[in-house]
Design a protein around this ligand. Sequence first.
Ligand code: FES
Length: 98
Amino acid sequence: MQWIKVLDYLPEPESMVQIKVYHKKINITQYQHQFYAFASKCPHAGADLSSAWCEEGYIICPIHRYGYCLKTGKGKIGQGDYLRTYPLKIEDNGVLSK
Ligand code: FES
């Protein structure tokens, strides 16, 4: 799969941008000067993560407040689940994913 430009700007810190790539909805956020992409639905019960927030390196679901590691997608201890993450790179003031 090749890199494609998914945003022609850089999201503001801790903002949540939802886009569609290859028929999949993904969310992109910036947290502590790094950009992360992950599935738009929470693996716990399918909540829309567009209103989720970042806290101590985790994305926090707004419904039951489960947390998923921004880098790996791994759920917090005891959850036993994962949030799908996607690779990103920044080029020419835009965001690329695949
Ligand atoms: S739906 Fe996200 S934590 Fe339950």
